[in-house]
Write a protein that binds this ligand. Structure first.
Ligand code: ACO
Length: 378
């Protein structure tokens, strides 16, 4: 067997063949099934985009109506899942609650009928439908309230915002939230998608696939960065402090959250769209000083780190948008998961269609032939 060069983080090494999404990091292009993200954000809904990702083509009008209908009528979660979630510690992170709840769904639907298209469709519908309900239910229950029942007269995004706040959201806000979900739905072979594919390759059930991906998404170098962006903007506190904050971070060789990307060496196209959405939010719902801090930080970082290809990534402006919607900071990553379930399921379906279990190799750096020392002599 030939000896391959070890690449930390598997940088540049293809882990799969995939026709789901495409990124050109030099030109800032993102496509889902060949369609530009800008077109989808402008014209599609999140559920339509999820259908595109999972079944490979935009749905016809009738297919979309049927899919939306199925998702709408599977939004309720079982009482036993709700009761289980009630016993979670309220101090626990909502991503951990989501991971446990997604895995628990597998207890109810553990049949692994992976060759049956009806089983695949059921699992897709159930996961897309119930994950927002579980995120909202944990949010209310950790505050000591009962979860709110989903409302069948509201669409996917409006219903989620309603379940969180118990108030019907403004239509612009609901539409902007829906675009945010579309922007976060899929992004080639990132860490959580890789995790989903590795788990899928064992031919386990899709609930375990999603649970493992949720666990991977939670870390601060991946989906968790958007929470940290808000903490950072609060710490900076004013536009005048941006320069000194940045100097201090760079001197300590600390990363600036919401900047940099393994693939994009220009501004992430999703950050460009999100920035416009943030402006629409502020125009309609009021000014936010953190937006000015963010814009100044982006300018200062382009000056200092632009030569290294460090520009805003998707997490930089998403937090500002969610904050304005009244979504608590520690729900930003679960909201990311609500969207990314679409991509994970598309990769699950693609992986099992032509499966080979992942079993990479390693570069061993340890000793050989070590003589055993009995415990008394160590
Ligand atoms: N702030 C300051 N410098 C940075 C940043 C940053 N956010 N990101 C990268 N750099 C610098 C590194 O210090 C390094 O400099 P050097 O060559 O002088 O040592 C160079 O750019 C390359 O950085 P790496 O860490 O090697 O890049 P990598 O591709 O491994 O990391 C990552 C990408 C993890 C996203 C990184 O940019 C980062 O930690 N960013 C902050 C966290 C973040 O925003 N994560 C969300 C990513 S998007 C998503 O997951 C949905």
């Amino acid at each position: 067997m030939s000896v391959c060069e070890f690449k930390p983080g598997l940088e540049g090494i293809p882990a799969a063949q995939s026709s789901i999404s495409f990124v050109n990091g030099q030109e800032g292009i993102l496509e889902y099934r060949g369609l530009r993200i800008e077109d989808l954000a402008e014209n599609s809904t999140f559920l339509e985009t999820a259908y595109l990702l999972i079944w490979g083509k935009l749905p016809t009008k009738d297919e979309l109506i049927e899919f939306e209908h199925e998702v709408r009528y599977h939004r309720r979660i079982k009482y036993r899942i709700r009761d289980m979630m009630k016993s979670f510690p309220e101090s626990g992170h909502p991503m951990d609650a989501l991971q446990a709840s997604a895995a628990a769904l597998g207890l109810f639907y553990s049949r692994r009928d992976l060759d049956n298209p009806a089983y695949i469709r059921d699992a897709v519908v159930r996961l897309l439908a119930t994950i927002p309900t579980m995120v909202a239910a944990f949010q209310l229950m950790r505050k000591g309230n009962d979860p709110v029942r989903p409302r069948d007269d509201l669409d996917y995004s409006a219903n989620f915002l309603y379940m969180l706040s118990e108030r019907e959201p403004d239509p612009l806000m609901a539409r902007i939230f829906d675009v945010c979900l579309t922007l976060h739905a899929e992004h080639t072979m990132n860490a959580s998608t890789f995790s989903a594919r590795v788990t899928a390759s064992t031919l386990t059930d899709p609930y375990a696939v999603v649970a493992s991906a949720v666990g991977t998404l939670g870390g601060p170098l991946h989906g968790g960065a958007n929470e940290e962006v808000i903490g950072m903007l609060e710490e900076i506190g004013s536009v005048e402090n941006v320069g000194s904050y940045l100097e201090d971070r760079l001197q300590r060789k600390a990363k600036i959250m919401g900047f940099g990307h393994r693939v994009y060496k220009v501004k992430d196209p999703r950050a460009t769209i999100l920035q416009k959405l943030a402006e629409q939010m502020f125009d309609k719902f009021g000014y936010d000083k953190y937006y000015d801090i963010a814009v100044e930080l982006e300018r200062a970082i382009a000056e200092k780190l632009g030569h290294k290809g460090i520009y805003p990534n998707v997490d930089f402006y998403s937090g500002l948008v969610y904050r304005k919607m009244g979504i608590p900071t520690d729900l930003f990553t679960p909201v990311f998961a609500i969207a990314r379930v679409a991509g994970w399921l598309a990769h699950w379906k693609e992986q099992i269609a032509e499966n080979r279990i992942f079993r990479p190799t390693q570069v061993y750096t340890g000793h050989h032939d070590v003589s055993y020392t009995p415990v008394e002599q160590r």
